[in-house]
Unconditional design. Sequence first.
Length: 349
Amino acid sequence: MLNDLFLRACRGETVERTPVWIMRQAGRYLPQFRAVRARVDFLTLCKTPELAAEVTLQPIDELGVDAAILFADILLPLEAMGKQLVFAAGEGPTFPQPVRRREDLASLERPDVERSLGYVFEALRVVRRELAGRVPLLGFGGTPWTLAAYLVEGGGSKQFEHLLGWSYEDPQGLGELLERIADVSIDYLQGQIEAGAQALQLFDTWGGLLSAERWRTLALPPLLRVAEVLAGRVPLVYYLHGGAHLWEEVRALPVEVLGVDWRLPLSAVRARVGPRFTLQGNLDPAALLGPAERIRSLTAEMLAQGAGGAHIANLGHGILPGTPVDHARAFVQAVQGHPPREAEGVRIR
């Protein structure tokens, strides 16, 4: 029988207990994952459906979480648009030919996502088959702003000078890039739904770079277009990292769930966004490096903070690679063993 706690919590329905999963739960902290990575490079793992499915399922078996999230990378659609993507050891993802001015847009394609990203869809189909209804399966993508941040900078950055400089020098040109990324994102995320994704998470890792006014002007329009096309098909989770000043702006999004980082308590975010949303999060990932008893007490505090409305337990960011597996399991078990509260998850529509 399907454990649909996660999906019901997304919709704000009453649940018997708080569901829990972990961002980057298929990752380097698991010995099983490291064993697979020892055989293949990162992109080969992403592009081999059977292997991507294998590592997606590992935390379901190891931790007993209430949802699976497909193992992939948010940057794959940019590669499909014609930009070479390289994962160099110790350097993270890089784009050797970044897009930094309006003239560079000519190098971008509108791909046939079934042809160029079909391996992601096949991995989703394999995972759905292997899960056999044990837990729901999430797909995901990056927001247009966050994807543009990597493409313009040519990889990760501390200052994002190229991106932010373009946003002031030629905001219309950058806006055209964001719209092109939104077009491909819509195709890609719709393809994930058709392949079996039962919910989608949109990662806005770099939304917090912008002031509220500039986020509303630059980042929100393409994101809103993506969300409006997908709205109503499956539950949507919008995860915002480093954007505590943006919560009032985020209320405009047609999503069911807001993913919260660890910088504010859930009660403070609830006060800013109102009762319409399920909140997801938000234990500090570094807390899982501490002793099990401390993990349990901090988890209880987080659950108490989330008691003001619908809540899905998670970390406030991806699990750290050095996290002991027993500590991750202690977090999951602390959530699942927490005493249920009456009418948990009911919210005003």
